[in-house]
Design a protein around this ligand. Structure first.
Ligand code: DU
Ligand code: SF4
Length: 264
């Protein structure tokens, strides 16, 4: 099982009828400024370093951003803000992100989302979140012990990631830690904990590519106890960045803290 196999499976997923309809509808209608673009209009894989120490967890692809370009956070203002910050903090080779073949490379960091299809109003339902969760779980598993830090952009991703990690045997406290900008929570998981199927994984990622995340390929090799630190950060959406609720300096500070914690 590899991230490439997971992604190959993911991009054929049609498990959420409402989101399948929306991602394709948006691609038909388009936005005037993108009328000549062929929209991706499918589930969007994670992007970046396959040996990442830092995993950025957003919300879901934007209708005319990642749903258009096919690369997470690429082609909208949220991504502009995020990748510029990664470039300033030494995690990206360029400050801009316009298309899937623009030469952007991330080092030590990877971007993903708990829901992989663009939702109406950027609001997935709890059912959609639950259905898509296994893809995030598998991505975390496949990144394995290299991932030390999750930078979580907003409360939706925070709740989704904690749910996923709890199911994967991480020691998520009850009640669940609350999202806040600057929140920092370190979780542990013993080898062989419930949900830790490292080492017992099946090896048949291509078995049935159209039946949704229930058939997602299993995780990577076994290993020692893991720790993962979640860092809360306001989402990079225009609602936060245009109003100054999230400034470039605030995001830089979170990324620098993440670098520190990940030993980068
Ligand atoms: O084939 P490629 O897209 O150049 O990726 C080769 C290699 O680089 C793969 O292991 C992922 C990694 N990588 C990366 O570190 N950062 C990126 O932004 C994209 C790919
Ligand atoms: Fe898209 Fe995820 Fe739903 Fe599949 S489970 S349709 S990838 S949102």
């Amino acid at each position: 099982p590899t991230l490439a196999a997971l992604d190959a499976h993911l991009v054929d997923c049609r498990a959420c009828p409402r989101l399948v309809a929306w991602r394709e509808h948006v691609a038909e209608v388009k936005r005037a400024s993108f009328r000549d673009d062929d929209y991706w209009a499918r589930p969007v894989p994670g992007f970046g370093d396959e040996r990442a120490g830092i995993l950025v967890v957003g919300l879901a692809p934007a209708a005319h951003g990642a749903n258009r370009t096919g690369r997470m956070f690429t082609g909208d203002r949220s991504g502009d803000f995020l990748f510029a910050a990664m470039h300033r903090t030494g995690l990206a080779n360029q400050p801009t992100s316009v298309s899937a073949d623009d030469g952007l490379r991330l080092t030590g960091i990877r971007v993903t989302a708990p829901v992989r299809c663009a939702p109406p109003d950027n609001k997935p339902t709890p059912e959609e979140r639950g259905r898509c969760g296994p893809y995030l779980a598998r991505e975390v598993e496949l990144l394995g012990a290299t991932v030390r830090v999750a930078v979580v952009l907003g409360g939706f991703g925070w709740q989704a990631l904690l749910s996923t990690l709890a199911e994967q045997g991480w020691d998520v406290p009850r009640p669940r830690p609350r999202f806040a900008h600057g929140a920092e929570v370190t979780l542990r998981r013993a080898p062989g904990a419930a949900g830790d199927d490292r080492g017992t994984a099946g090896d048949d990622p291509g078995a049935s590519p159209h039946d949704g995340p229930g058939a997602v390929p299993d995780g990577g090799p076994g290993g020692p106890a893991q720790t993962l630190t979640l860092l809360g950060c306001f989402h990079v959406s225009q609602q936060n960045t245009f109003t100054g609720r999230l400034t470039p300096q605030m995001l830089d500070d979170v990324l620098l803290r993440a670098r520190d914690l990940a030993g980068l």
